[in-house]
Ligand binder design. Structure first.
Ligand code: NDP
Ligand code: 2IT
Length: 449
């Protein structure tokens, strides 16, 4: 990047940091985007003059609220709830809810900011938002989770609606939580509408929504490999996490002929050199989604190694799919991956690679699919769930999967369009510019709002 551009990036970031002190993840997410966009905006002064980027880093609205609830012992508990309504230029605010003790304003603003670009890339009409709470579902009973969700929705309900803001799941929010949240909304409003996605199949959910993020990240990896005349067949794949995204990435990679050798959780990772096949994956689903146990139990059950407190990036692999959380691959880990022959990174998680790790991928010119492109399949099928709710109609599994597959191909094509530099495709730049243009043009058309 030239010095002039670098100076402009630094000036822009200095203002963002001054206005949003201590929100380090938000700074990181904005910096990634601004780095790609400043040269583009300099060449397209309509965006510069209208201060589109300056407007995009300012949420349209944010809501922060008290969430009081009673635990099973009858003791009063207080958590903090949030909803960031980031950008509604191309559709209602859309994005997940995260329940995790680390949740704070900066983390949710980074996620909401990313979501704006991601949702634009899906080709569907969805704005960007994100929300959640510092509530920790781990170790809580179903009744405690229900009481928390009911209290959370008792405030959130007045801010959302099928044409206003449609939340969904993220870390710590799956089918169980969406059910409790939906029930409370319906009770408060006396309305059965599509105000959440990721609903159960019997009550307005879409087929393939649980699978969508992991399947989509796998389809995206396959598209990247195809540009080099290659495919997932026969590839060794390291996956982190063992939640929703990791589970269905494992399923799809295996179906497409790859071998998944790792899964993890916050306690460590398991390494299964023989591959996590369908039967072993069924054990993981039961362990994580029903028993809510730890991944170490996989090692005990199948007699493989468990590496306590470690992440899986030291394992030899062709493809890495980080599917746990932000900043889970650092510079050294990225170097190790590349040194061990890994040449594809498809991010199921949001911002899992640090800026230094991304620089390693770019220098090595490996196939790097950033989260806002590679994991957009989840929210894309959420968009399809909204369409089905509006039509009061359900598409079949095959129909939804085909639409998801096509959307991932389209996202890939958008990244190529904006990111191709000679023989190399900079998917990072491609996703940022590709996601930006549609939102920016909509903001221009709608005037200064
Ligand atoms: P889940 O809650 O289902 O699973 C999260 C997994 O990541 C668990 O294995 C969890 O381990 C692990 N994890 C979470 N935080 C940490 C941490 N700080 N350190 C190590 N491991 C951690 O969430 P999802 O699978 O839904 O989400 C995973 C990622 O994918 C997130 O980045 C999310 O934003 C992103 N994403 C999710 C989408 C969706 O539709 N669900 C869509 C697009 C992106 P443990 O149980 O020990 O905490
Ligand atoms: O990060 C994400 O894209 C999600 N957690 C899914 C959001 C959604 O609305 O389905």
């Amino acid at each position: 990047m030239s010095n002039v551009y670098e100076q402009k990036v630094n000036d822009f970031m200095a203002k963002v940091i001054a206005k949003n002190p201590s929100e380090v993840e938000f700074h990181q997410a904005v910096h990634e985007v601004v780095e790609s966009l400043i040269p583009f905006i300099e060449e397209n002064p309509q965006y510069k003059d209208a201060k589109i980027l300056e407007r995009m880093v300012e949420p349209e609205r944010l809501v922060m609220f008290r969430v009081p609830w009673l635990n099973d012992k009858g003791e009063v508990q207080i958590n903090r709830g949030f909803r960031i309504e980031m950008n509604s230029a191309i559709g209602p605010y859309k994005g997940g809810l995260r329940f995790h003790p680390t949740v704070n304003l900066g983390i949710l603003k980074f996620l909401a900011f990313e979501q704006v670009f991601k949702n634009s890339l899906t080709t569907l009409p969805m704005g960007g938002g994100k929300g959640g709470s510092d509530f920790d579902p781990k170790g809580k009973s179903d009744n405690e989770v229900m009481r928390f969700c009911q209290s959370f929705m008792s405030e959130l309900f007045r801010h959302i609606g099928p044409n206003t803001d449609v939340p969904a799941g993220d870390i710590g929010v799956g089918g169980r939580e969406i059910g409790f949240l939906f029930g409370q909304y319906k009770k408060l409003r006396n309305e059965f509408t599509g105000i959440l996605t990721g609903k159960g199949l019997e009550w307005g959910g879409s087929l393939i929504r649980p699978e969508a993020t992991g399947y989509g990240a796998t389809y995206f990896a396959e598209e990247m490999l195809n540009t080099r005349g290659d495919s997932l067949k026969g590839k060794i794949v390291a996956i982190s996490g063992s939640g929703n995204v990791a589970q269905y990435a494992t399923e799809k990679v295996t179906q497409m002929g790859g071998k998944v050798v790792t899964l993890s959780d916050s306690s460590g990772y398991i390494y299964d050199p023989n591959g996590i096949d369908a039967e072993k994956l069924a054990f993981v689903l039961e362990l994580k989604n029903v028993k809510r146990g730890r991944i170490k139990e996989y090692a005990d059950k199948y007699g493989v190694e468990f590496f306590e407190g470690k992440r899986p990036w030291g394992v030899k692999c062709d493809v890495a799919m980080p599917c746990a959380t932000q900043n889970e691959v650092n510079e050294d880990e990225a170097k190790t991956l590349v040194a061990n022959g890994c040449f594809v990174v498809s991010e199921g998680a949001n911002m899992p690679s640090t800026p230094e790790a991304i620089a390693v991928y770019q220098d090595a010119k490996i196939l790097y699919g950033p989260g806002k492109a590679a994991n957009a399949g989840g929210v894309a099928v959420s968009g399809l769930e909204m369409s089905q709710n509006s039509m009061r109609y359900n598409w079949t599994r095959e129909e939804v999967d085909a639409k998801l597959h096509q959307i991932m191909k389209d996202i890939h094509a958008t990244c190529v369009k904006w990111g191709k530099e000679g023989d190399y495709i900079d998917y990072f730049k491609g996703a940022n510019i590709g996601g930006f243009v549609k939102v920016a043009d909509a903001m221009l058309a709608q005037g200064l709002v």
